[in-house]
Design a protein around this ligand. Structure first.
Ligand SMILES: NC(=O)c1ccc[n+]([C@@H]2O[C@H](COP(=O)([O-])OP(=O)(O)OC[C@H]3O[C@@H](n4cnc5c(N)ncnc54)[C@H](O)[C@@H]3O)[C@@H](O)[C@H]2O)c1
Length: 338
């Protein structure tokens, strides 16, 4: 589906983090709808290195890009020479900056700030020098536990990850002020779910995690009180829509990307059981986390007004659309490892 009149054919598009969940979906979106576009994926991919929380240091996976015909550059955001080489090799028309430490439970401030924030300066400069439209990933984590609806301009991050995205927004605002000719759009994604998130392992959405628990014949495992913990879950197709429409923004800015309709974790488990025709009940366990967002709901009226963004996927429809992929990943990745 094309979301506006922009013709991305014959355009050169950089997708940082293109081997990850959202970036890979963007890469395939352009490949499918604009086969004459030149798409460049820049990603660190995964190594065996882990953070102290046991999670991988980067989640990019080649399997997210099987069938992708564009250029792939394996490189690290922290490597200025690699970013410089990108700029010397290509002249980008559009830059989608998705690469980051996306794990909200990494508490090593130095590593997060270096990777997510320091790297943003050369990316902004690359966009400025090449005249590219820059769309970058911010996050609902910038809001911490402020009351809903979460509104751009009122942030209070509660972990280093959220702060890193908050810092990126502040740097972007300065660029917007100092370079009014640049087009910069920050998108504060809420809880995204959909195809190509499996390789985020434990940090993938609960939609796929509960789905795979149910497919393995078990009751989904939820935090106690999960009917009261609500989030704004947004389907990947709406996130793609927001990115495409951001390229057409009349003005630079930072916008929420959610549905505006908070739903509970219990809803997810119940919808999945209904769709899969199971009745395993629910297994509850205590929430081990402090600083856990109990209620998010994106203020989306501003995004609709500024970008023409219209969230199209209710949780029920999103899960139904996603289910064949959840099952495929279960058959191909989970079952053989059991
Ligand atoms: N998925 C969500 O619900 C969500 C919500 C809010 C914000 N975001 C943001 O959206 C962006 C994309 O998230 P995602 O869900 O696709 O996560 P992801 O982890 O699947 O994708 C991030 C990609 O960045 C790459 N990467 C990590 N460190 C890198 C480095 N140093 N150099 C180069 N590449 C590196 C990873 O290999 C990975 O492929 C991230 O910036 C994330 O913080 C995501």
């Amino acid at each position: 589906m094309r979301y506006n009149d922009i013709d991305f054919n014959h355009k050169t598009i950089l997708i940082t983090g293109g081997a990850g969940f959202i970036g890979a979906n963007l890469a395939f979106y352009f490949q499918e709808h604009f086969p004459q576009s030149r798409i460049v994926v820049f990603d660190k991919f995964r190594s065996e290195e882990t953070f102290s929380n046991g999670n991988l240091k980067s989640f990019g996976h080649y399997k997210n890009l099987i069938g992708f015909h564009g250029d792939i550059v394996c490189g690290d955001l922290n490597d200025e020479a690699a970013l410089k080489k990108l700029e010397e090799t290509y002249t980008f028309d559009y830059i989608f900056h998705e690469a980051a430490i996306s794990d909200t439970r990494v508490y090593d401030q130095e590593t997060i700030m270096r990777t997510n924030v320091n790297s943003f300066y050369p990316i902004l400069e690359m966009a400025r020098r090449s005249g590219a439209t820059l769309v970058y990933a911010s996050s609902a984590a910038t809001y911490g536990s402020l009351p809903s609806p979460q509104t751009v301009g009122k942030e209070s991050p509660e972990n280093p990850y959220g702060f890193s995205k908050y810092a990126m927004d502040q740097i972007a605002y300065r660029y917007m002020r100092e370079h009014p000719d640049m087009r910069i759009v920050g998108l504060k994604y809420f809880n995204v779910y959909g195809a190509r998130e499996f390789f985020k392992d434990k940090t993938a959405s609960t939609v796929i995690q509960f789905g795979h628990q149910i497919l393995s014949g078990k009751a989904p495992r939820l935090f106690e009180g999960s009917d009261k913990i609500v989030r704004d879950f947004v389907y990947i197709k709406d996130v793609i829509q927001a990115n495409i429409k951001a390229c057409d923004a009349k003005q630079s800015g930072v916008f929420n990307v959610g549905t505006g309709k908070p739903r509970s974790f219990q809803d997810i488990a119940d919808i999945l059981q209904k769709e899969l025709g199971t009745d395993y009940g629910t297994e509850y366990f205590p929430n081990p986390y402090t600083g856990y967002q109990m209620h998010t709901q994106a203020e989306v009226a501003t995004t609709k007004e500024a970008l023409g963004y219209e969230p199209e996927w209710e949780l029920e429809e999103g899960i139904r659309d996603y289910l064949p992929e959840i099952i495929r990943m279960y058959e191909e990745e989970v079952k053989p490892a059991q």
